[in-house]
Write a protein that binds this ligand. Structure first.
Ligand SMILES: Cc1ncc(COP(=O)(O)O)c(C=O)c1O
Length: 465
């Protein structure tokens, strides 16, 4: 019985709490009770600080405790807390749509708001389905996605996500959409480079479209820079270009899920802005858009598509909280800071600095196999053996030990074993975009101690092979 299970026992019979009783008992990483946040730091009830090295689940892009965002939310809530999008318009929604459309650029004149990433992903797919029905193509129903990938946790979004660990849950219950291999970059098939493997993955998409019948395919949905499911794999530009061509050739919509990589994290407002001429049909945003201050997701769409649709079936599949005024006010204040402090530029600059430091750490640590990503979206792959790239065999996966040891060193790490570890294990180095170089140095010092302690755990447990 560790400290955490003692805590659980104490709460077990208390009405209402705590929330973590819903998680599996096998999850033994402590969850501190946080009471305050400021910048890149979160503080628990004992006043202990933890550096938020992953921005929560890659969300707190402008850091914690921004009182101007809080004031904008309070002002909006005091004046007009809620109006249903079905019954009326409100200024915050109009201002935010316009602001995002400007930041996103041509091809994204229309913005549809949701309460979070999963909902927004589903909005994008439902929008395309409604377009297919409006154009009398009801047979278009398959959404091809990557294995591995993550697109959310609603029953629909789980079926879009590429994670074999969800198979039992979905079988005979949810709809699993077809999968093609993701262009992973660390463990490559024999005789392949990153580039040739990525092209083979693009070819697999073309093959899959042919196999299903091009007229039955609604969309290809992909994270242009991977998140937790791949540990921040940034595919070669040529892969995304080929994927765009394949979708065009078959009249299949290309959707970029930028829930995690969007809103400035990779060094541009949209990750797609890195690539001239590679424009998806729809882009999905969430997380960093409101930076954790309020729940928000968004679908960015071309005026042409939305206006055409609105003259036919339209799109009515919204929710009670779609385009919530307080979330819109929060996002507007977040974007004020984002633009004022050029946080996309900072993500690129400070991201390069942090990446350099982490590569240095990888040279010193025997359990870091790879450091990859774009801007301040960095994945750190953990291995038992750098030469063979063997994974660490600890159960339930090495990231739990890293998270636990991180807490002891004042570091809050986001990681979760995905796909049962089949594609590897990694942690996310995705701090708030406001992080300074000095704070990056501090992060790396804490991480080095954390990994050394976790490595000692793995050695003691005999899980390094
Ligand atoms: C790429 C991606 N898509 C969708 C989602 C789902 O977003 P949410 O958790 O806000 O529903 C996530 C969440 O982690 C994500 O990383």
């Amino acid at each position: 019985m560790n400290v955490y299970s003692d805590q659980r026992a104490a709460y077990r019979d208390r009405p209402g709490g705590p929330q973590d009783l819903f998680f599996a008992q096998s999850d033994t990483v402590p969850r501190p009770t946080f009471v305050r946040g400021e910048g890149v730091w979160l503080y628990d009830e004992a006043g202990r600080g933890y550096m938020d090295m992953s921005s929560g689940p890659v969300t707190a892009n402008i850091g914690h405790g921004d009182t101007t965002v809080a004031a904008a939310m309070a002002e909006q809530a005091g004046r007009l807390a809620f109006v249903s999008a079905r019954q009326g318009r409100h200024q915050a929604n109009m201002d935010l749509s316009e602001r995002i459309a400007k930041l996103a650029g041509p091809g994204f004149e229309r913005v549809l708001f949701a309460s979070g990433g999963s909902e927004a992903v589903e909005f994008a797919i439902k929008l395309l389905r409604q377009r297919a029905l409006s154009s009398e193509q009801p047979e278009r129903r398959h959404v091809i996605t990557c294995m591995p990938s993550y697109h959310g946790s609603t029953i629909g979004a789980l079926g879009l996500s590429g994670d074999p660990a969800n198979e039992a849950f979905l079988t005979g219950f949810g709809h699993e959409h077809p999968k093609v291999p993701a262009p992973l970059s660390y463990r490559l098939p024999d005789n392949h480079t990153v580039e040739t493997h990525a092209q083979a993955c693009a070819q697999a998409l073309d093959d899959k479209i042919h196999e299903l019948g091009p007229k039955s395919v609604l969309a290809f949905l992909i994270e242009p820079v991977g998140g937790l499911a791949s540990g921040a794999v940034a595919p070669p530009e040529a892969y995304l270009r080929t994927v765009r061509e394949i979708c065009d050739r078959h009249d299949v919509a290309l959707v970029f899920d930028e829930v995690l990589c969007g809103a400035g994290r990779t060094g541009r407002f949209l990750a797609s802005h890195h690539y001239d001429g590679i424009q998806p049909d729809l882009t999905v945003l969430a997380k960093g858009l409101s930076a954790g201050y309020a729940p928000l997701g968004a679908v960015l769409a071309p005026a042409e598509m939305v206006d055409w649709l609105s003259e036919r079936l339209g799109f009515g599949y919204t929710h009670t909280y779609s385009a919530h005024p307080v979330s819109a006010a929060a996002a507007l204040a977040v974007l004020d800071r984002f633009e004022r402090e050029d946080l996309a530029g900072r993500a690129e600059r400070v991201g390069a600095y942090l990446r350099g430091k982490l590569e240095g750490l990888a040279g010193r640590s025997s359990i870091i196999g790879d450091v990859r990503g774009k801007g301040l979206l960095i994945g750190i792959e953990l291995v038992a053996d750098k030469a063979t790239k063997a994974t660490i065999s600890s159960n339930p996966g090495p990231t739990d030990a890293v998270r636990r040891r991180g807490l002891e060193h004042g570091l809050l790490v986001y990681a979760r074993r995905t796909a049962g570890g089949r594609f590897g294990d990694w942690i996310m180095a995705t701090p708030p975009l406001i992080i300074t170089e000095a704070e990056c140095d501090d992060l790396v010092i804490r991480l080095e101690k954390t990994l050394a302690a976790a490595e000692a755990d793995f050695r003691a447990g005999g899980t390094l092979g």
